[in-house]
Design a protein around this ligand. Sequence first.
Ligand code: F0G
Length: 498
Amino acid sequence: MSNQNSSAPASPATTIRAFQQCLNPTCAATFAIDETHFSCPTCGDPIDVVYEWDKLPIPRRLTDFESRWRSRLDPLDFSGVWRFRELLPFAPPEAVVTIGEGQTLLQKADKVGRYVGLDPGSLWLQYEGMNPSGSFKDNGMTAAFTHARMVSAKRVACASTGNTSAALAVYCSATDLGFRAIIFIGSGKIAYGKLAQALDHGALTIQIVGDFDDAMERVRQVSTRLGIYLMNSVNPFRLEGQKAIIFRILEALNWEVPNWIVVPGGNLGNSSAFGKALIELSYLGLIDRVPRLAVINAVGARTLHELIGKRHLRWRNGLPEMATVDAYYRQLDAEKIKASTIASAIEINRPVNLKKCLRAIEFCNGIVCTVSDQEIMDAKARVGAGGLGCEPASAASVAGAKRLRDDGVIAASDRVVCVLTGHQLKDPTATVAYHTTDQAQFDQILGSLGVQRAGFANRPVVVVNDLDDIIRTIGLYSETDASRAVPGGSEFPPAPLG
Ligand code: F0G
């Protein structure tokens, strides 16, 4: 930035030592930083942002970034993304579009750690719900909007399960740079909190009959046809911004590398960005070891797990066996299988960042696992009871950590960071359905997806409007507050009072 209100688009300064490159090593086409491509025009593969590191001023140690803490009145130093700008140096400072994203928290979470089966001090939750739009997406949006400004784009679009669209709408409305948001969502597939944001922030909201995968296909076509700037994570600049989640995790751990970073997998933008961050930090000698990456799919949207775990798809130096992917997608179509999970944010069967994620998994000795909607909702309740609420997709990371701990893959003493990708209030419907005393509501929202119990429910207690009754109720319940959660048991209707 620094001045959001200046409408003069900045042109890339000559000191920018960055370019774009096709991920496919047999193509490796390169493009200038101020070109706009969302896939390689030559071969169709994804595009990376690449830096000429040897010509760039790189901090000698990660601790050098701490000097930025003293100058937080500078919007670039305030931003949890741009205070690491030497690690994503694609834009001149005057082009940066920031709304103060990335003021997030890494919280030691022993209560949740006990649920996962970890030693005290081992589980950390990276709470991305604290971003201005309530999810991690803002990390990527600040970078993509910066690039959009560099190329003088005005109309910006995305397909979304809700959070990308909320972030897009927030960045358009919170800046005064003439951006206009157009969002595509699948009908009936978006959590209410997210839809509310898109509408409140003034985005042109197009609900198509179909799911996220359908919306994604359409937005790519529409963007090409109308020359609209695409803000999905096929945009390589989005992923540059999302690298900052890794930088902030390391910063909050006093620059010590954890054993595990656990993240939900949907379109696989985060896992791809995390891998790129770690590859670059290693290359630059800024970290001396690499954490293992665990990507968690919902059982009902498990493309990555199927492809890696069952069909042995691998990165293979940039040439994964794409016939394996095509065959799997053909099978999904033939069997009319659509993604389906309570974690609507990750209800995706055709992840656009699949190839980049394979690279991340290869580099980080990564692992993929699946968790059921039951495990997701139970983990979500435990995260909430531990202090930081999250939406269902985010809880997949904690459910996944528990699964990997139960399987002995993660050790009790390992230091584990689970990324909570989105705020609790994004999806109140799922939360209330879990804690409700109304069986029909539970069945309709959760039972239909295979959730059978609300083992950690904190049920509201209904009392008649009578002082003695109220006092008696408090006496009955106040000392056993936490134990009203009935592990393993679904109590419908809840046990009568007295
Ligand atoms: N968690 C939340 C809360 C999300 O909103 C998303 C993705 C993910 C996890 C998955 O992240 O795509 O990087 O693997 N939401 C997208 C959206 C797809 O449209 O808001 P990913």
